[in-house]
Design a protein around this ligand. Sequence first.
Ligand SMILES: C[S@@+](CC[C@H](N)C(=O)[O-])C[C@H]1O[C@@H](n2cnc3c(N)ncnc32)[C@H](O)[C@@H]1O
Length: 245
Amino acid sequence: MGPCSSVSVLLCRSGRERTSEFEGYLKQDEKQPFIKRLSHKFRKRAKRFFEDISPSKRRIKKQWMTFDGIVFLFRLGIRSNDTVVDFGCGQGAYSIPASLLVGEEGRVFAVDRNPNILSKLKRAADRTGAKSITTLIGQDELIAKLNGSVCDFLLVFDVLHFFDVPERVALYDMARRILKPDGFLLIHPKHLKDDGMPSGHFVDMTAEDLVNELVSVGFVLEENKETMLWHDSDQEPGRVLKFRV
Ligand SMILES: C[S@@+](CC[C@H](N)C(=O)[O-])C[C@H]1O[C@@H](n2cnc3c(N)ncnc32)[C@H](O)[C@@H]1O
């Protein structure tokens, strides 16, 4: 039995669906030694578990979802009735406040490649009364669902480091297809070389390199905003790049 299948057996105890999620993680950074990857993922999962059950962490998260996150998105220009796509939405730290902000007349498309995460997002959305969210699995479902250039905002928060250059170019193409002519692409570029926690395809890239990459394919930088925002389980200082199509 290889190392991956032992992990599968181990994790089957806590739910069969988690096994495939975990194997997905392993594929993402298979360049790291197996033991290092394993301990990192277990520590991350344990941290998430304790955060999920900690009353103080839950309070902090609720404050973000139902107030601070809404103010944050309002300051970036999102308004009621807007159509927002949250690409790589995770558990909904941005989709849920976006939904509360755009209201029932607006629409939020929460897109992720991981169906288990989308199920958690739906449960959290029900708890907070966020009613305008449609969850979609991956880019293909999003394109199939949207009818042309209908989006006011495309959020790509803490996701781009997972993408290599051709994948980023495909994402920029998609942004141009789905955004209205006066729409905006908002990027929270986490894990760059210059932010202290480089990771994935961003280990050798700075924020300036990323801006240049987007400008080279025709986007116009409208704002480079330093702000508090949500990352993993709390608010922290970061930046949002706001581009015109
Ligand atoms: C670090 S989380 C960020 C979640 C959320 N945007 C936030 O800032 O809280 C990155 C998310 O992107 C998703 N993701 C990565 N690559 C993706 C892809 N190609 N298509 C859709 N989702 C993707 C992952 O499954 C994960 O949920």
